[in-house]
Design a binder for this molecule. Sequence first.
Ligand code: AMP
Length: 400
Amino acid sequence: MKVLVLNCGSSSLKYQLFDMEIEQPMAKGLVERIGIDGSRIKHTKVGIDSVTKNVDIANHKVAIKHVLEELLDEKVGVIKSLDEITAVGHRVVHGGEKFACSVMIDKDVIDALEECVPLAPLHNPANLMGIEAMVDVLPDVPQVGVFDTAFHQTMPDYAYMYGVPYHYYETYRVRRYGFHGTSHYYVANRAASIMGKPVEDLKIVTCHLGNGSSISAVDGGKSVDTSMGFTPVPGVIMGTRCGDLDPLLITFLAEQDGIDPKAMSHILNKESGILGISGVSSDLRDVEEAAEKGNDRAGLAEKMLCYGIRKYIGAYAAAMGGIDAIVFTAGIGENSIPTRAKVCQGLEFLGAEIDLEKNNVRGKETFISTDGSKVKIMVIPTNEELVIARDTKKIVSETK
Ligand code: AMP
């Protein structure tokens, strides 16, 4: 069975075609600048060859047609006919409270996703564009939606409710949803399997640290708390997002500088976090380099990030009544040796001891705790696309 996985942003589209017999991608690629001058497609036949083509790509439907052409291409393609694509799995950012697991997409699901647009106005419209374009181009191929929020639907109400008047929950579904669910699910289950224990018996803190970051408490394989909230802005500081704030800071700043809601959202989403504090970059690599050269604000951004992560780990250990493992994943979690070292310094009281030599690793699945550490500390590269492909295969097989 071959499954095409699509992740659509407002001007980009990432894809991977999986051979599900071996659970490996055969081809992958990225379409950038959709609807903008200078659009291009980069396509890779895994392990063989890559091509980049500069072509006019006016919308997502045109982008999908280019993707299918590359998949069929004589030289860099991997299939002979589109009939070989059994199903398409779509990453969908927000499934609200309606979707606690992946679903086969039909007209009712599309309507329900449209209802979720106010919950994720930056992401869901792009996901919907991808779904509608794909349904248009391959109308007979089953399409499955896999939601970033679904894994966190197991959180108890006392963890997901906010302390605002209850009617806001009833009217607008204002609550914590959490994101990066497929990643937290994948690394928690990988951690259990590497430890050789059932995930049901483990309490794990999963740290997905990338351009966007979230930390989750996974108890017995279920998400019981997570640092992102109603939106992906709260939690630890991120590339350009502010992380946790005193909510009245927002009204204070709005009044001081006459900032309207749209401009405020831009400041908190795009101008804050590591970029806002360091004034250097949203990319932690640049910030680490600047800090090393003596830039104090870059050093402060690093310290705020590591301190924030450590606080969440401590809080979630308390929330779960103990902890068996800490997992680092995504761009920063997989690659930033100093971040992992600084986060773990001071966690010895929990029984978590990092081995600084083992920590000297990037992008590889491995233990980085000392042999005697009660709490296992691990680096596990995430694989959200594989989770989407597996769920798609499962749902399509069940509905046959
Ligand atoms: P992601 O969103 O998971 O793709 O992560 C992207 C982020 O990971 C980048 O913006 C960087 O901040 C960070 N990153 C990637 N490689 C490294 C590295 N070697 N050292 C520090 N940070 C890194």
